[in-house]
Design a protein around this ligand. Sequence first.
Ligand code: SF4
Length: 291
Amino acid sequence: MRLIAPFDPWCSKICTCPSKYSLSAYTGCSHRCLYCYITSYVRDPFNARPKKDFIRRLTREMPKVERDIPIAIASSSDPYPPCEEELELTRAKLKILVSWSAKILLITHSNLVGRDIDILKSARAAVGITITTLDSELAARLEPSAPSPDKRLNTLAELNDAGIMCGARIDPIIPGINSDEKHLGELVNSLAKAGVKHVTASTYKAKPDSYRRLANAFPDHERYLRFHYWTMGESMAGSRYLTSEMRLKLIKGVKQLAEARGISFASCREGLRDYESSASCDSSHLIPNVS
Ligand code: SF4
């Protein structure tokens, strides 16, 4: 199986991602986010392990890559699981991609991306960091093994200071858990201060396994979530969605917050045509055309 493959949105008809490759040095992800969807697709999902013979295979595949199509790192694992600190596979991979002048889109929940600023500075690269809340206690419940939101925010500022284009993902917004308007306003303010150029927001899409994890971790919210997802919500693209009115309210709110601060905005897989954007939904428009 090839390492560098065309991005596969798992047959989603409402995915608005531009054409890109997907590449990961790891299978699975150790950040253990409750809302993670890879548990529906990947065996032993919360155990990040390096792909066999990764560097040799990557070196062999690079000549076949079209240089102007971005390589997204990664879509079904995080490029910076804790073991990356020691293994440095993502770091080695970045060096290879830079030597081919590849367009790189790094998406992570980790501040460890800051370690690779020296490589990213000379790359055709943009970085997207996911921050779902500023509340570190809530983040520790939602994303038990991911670095704290403070660390991620600091890294966004460091990347921005180094001249690397950054976007942020507020993804997912889970009603009643991290959807408070005032809190989202503070989050977008902090992202603006860190120099983020683009925000993508997305509401939580429920699948039975991720929903079970959320319901177990937030028993006080279970009835509320059940009502909004399973009683009132709708089925779309293999998941349970909130009603379009609820999604619209949440997405419109973040769009207004971002645009009021001069930050471009896009939603992700909401099926809300009016809220799709000329900016990309994955921050790939931030990748410089020349290094
Ligand atoms: S960082 Fe991404 S891939 Fe990893 S557990 Fe969290 S949502 Fe899943």
